[in-house]
Design a protein around this ligand. Structure first.
Ligand code: XMP
Ligand code: MG
Length: 182
């Protein structure tokens, strides 16, 4: 298979997600939180993370234009599906699978700030700081990773591999040789 080298095991992810949930619980104690998941990559991380957060949580999703089958960002971000609810006066925590160039999250933060939330923070599972094109820094981060294309635990390549329970490095040559849908 094209994604064979395990970068982060199920166990490592589980224990780090629990730590993130504890920090978030501590930081938002006594407040209600609106968790905004960025579709689709964050869905597994978000599902695990919210179950470790012990403050009242409301969940909403946003979908943005993404790489499609490619592994390089076009630099253009568009909203494909907006939030269902207003966030004015709310404590908003954006949850994303990975920050790479930073273009997506810089855009999301810009858009949500205009809606005047009480507070706005971002939690990412993975950070690839070596490829950053903006000054974006996440408030909560699971793991800093090297410049490799990773899949699993919600992250995909051409829609595949999201269901892997661990996070693996995609070996592109092998993946292409599979005759997949890219
Ligand atoms: P930017 O570059 O805007 O990108 O920070 C964030 C989005 O790019 C996708 N991305 C990846 N997806 N493996 C993936 O499956 C990766 O290694 C990877 N790097 C970036 C991801 O969709 C994220 O939301
Ligand atoms: Mg994504």
């Amino acid at each position: 298979m094209g994604a064979s080298k395990v970068l982060l095991t199920k166990k490592q992810i589980q224990s780090r997600v629990r730590e993130l949930g504890q920090s978030i619980t501590y930081d938002y104690a006594g407040h209600e939180l609106v968790v905004v998941g960025i579709l689709t990559g964050s869905f597994i991380f978000l599902a695990d993370l919210v179950r470790t957060i012990d403050v009242p949580v409301v969940i909403d999703f946003m979908s943005l234009s993404s790489y499609g089958a490619l592994t390089e960002s076009s630099g253009e971000v568009r909203i494909l599906k907006d939030l269902e609810m207003p966030v004015e006066g709310k404590n908003v925590l954006v949850v994303e699978d990975i920050v790479d160039t930073g273009l997506t999250l810089t855009y999301v933060v810009e858009v949500l700030k205009k809606r005047r939330p009480q507070s706005l923070k971002v939690c990412v599972l993975l950070d690839k700081p070596s490829r950053r094109k903006t000054a974006f820094v996440p408030d909560y981060c699971g793991f800093v990773i090297p410049d490799e294309f990773v899949v699993g635990y919600g992250l995909d390549y051409a829609g595949k591999y999201r269901n892997l329970p661990d996070i693996r490095i995609l070996e592109l040559k092998k993946a292409k040789g599979q005759g997949g849908d890219e």
